[in-house]
Design a protein around this ligand. Structure first.
Ligand code: PDD
Length: 292
């Protein structure tokens, strides 16, 4: 199967896509990224991801000739040549190659890479739900920037995996901010859906934003406000969202069962609404994925 990657304006064989060991992305994580899901050959919420990419570039002050349409053409080409049916597009932009000094180089040309991956997510996790653990949020205070500086995220995910959990939810100042690579949600006994407000303490997930719109349109009660561990454990239901996972039920928090340890009805409805959004013109697949 063909695997073509875009690197600095060229399409090359994935195995030939190489960057310098002096790239600031490699040396300092002086770099930002995006991940766009592909379902049934379609990139999901491309505009929103590209807007966030542009905003991350601005926030870390990388001078870049940003061209949305050019990115879209690159994505289309990669999906086609790599025959990505279900998977994702990964984009990373670094401040480029320079002598290793912390301050920005005077002149630099940013490194851009775009590659695709196939993904086959086990449907069982949607049927059964997943267990998460909670852990202290050790990250910096600009979590709204989609930076590749992800050490606290990967360390907390690793602890989750070692405890046979799917994800870790991070606690900052007594409040659950988000997951190590996803946004966190609870549903109260009065059916109010709660997620942390989009500020510097979380990544404003594209899936989160899309879902909020879908929920409001469908008259769900939704509140963007912080919630703590006690509220999470007492919740009627819980779930997480991300581009690769869409909406995934959470049924256990730190060994404490949520909604009897099974995905709840409201979460199932939400999954179906989100899947309908993704597959709006592809009803056959939408039906296949329905779990309620
Ligand atoms: N992670 N919060 C964090 C810390 C994340 O890393 C992610 C996504 C999200 C959800 O954002 P979105 O809905 O835009 O995917 C929230 C991606 C998938 C990753 O790094 O693999």
């Amino acid at each position: 199967m063909k695997n073509i990657t875009f690197i600095n304006n060229k399409f090359v064989k994935h195995s030939n896509a190489k960057i310098s060991i002096e790239d600031r992305g490699f040396l300092f994580a002086d770099s930002i990224y995006e991940l766009i899901s592909v379902f049934d050959n379609n990139a999901i919420d491309t505009d929103q991801h590209l807007d966030r990419l542009e905003s991350s570039l601005k926030e870390i002050k990388i001078k870049y000739k940003f061209n949305k349409n050019k990115f879209k053409k690159v994505f289309e080409k990669l999906i086609k040549v790599n025959n990505v049916i279900n998977g994702y597009i990964y984009i990373q932009i670094t401040r480029g190659v320079a002598e290793r000094k912390h301050e920005f180089p005077k002149n630099y040309s940013p490194t851009t890479i775009v590659f695709t991956k196939h993904l086959n997510i086990d449907k069982k996790i949607y049927k059964n739900g997943v267990k998460i653990i909670t852990i202290e949020d050790l990250r910096w205070l600009r979590r709204d920037i989609k930076s590749t500086s992800l050490l606290p995220n990967i360390l907390s995910k690793q602890i989750a995996v070692e405890k046979n959990a799917f994800e870790s939810w991070l606690i900052d100042d007594g409040v659950i901010t988000e997951g190590s690579s996803s946004n966190a949600w609870i549903i109260t006994n009065s059916n109010t859906i709660i997620t942390h407000p989009a500020n510097n303490k979380i990544l404003k997930g594209v899936t989160r934003e899309t879902l909020i719109k879908i929920l409001k349109k469908n008259n769900f009660k939704i509140k963007e406000k912080p919630f703590n561990l006690i509220e999470a454990k007492n919740a009627k239901e819980a779930f997480l969202t991300s581009s690769t996972l869409s909406v995934l039920p959470v049924v256990k928090i730190d060994n404490y069962n949520i909604s009897n340890g099974k995905p709840g009805d409201v979460t199932k409805k939400i999954i179906n609404l989100y899947n309908d959004y993704i597959f709006k013109n592809k009803s056959s697949i939408s039906k296949e994925l329905k779990i309620a």
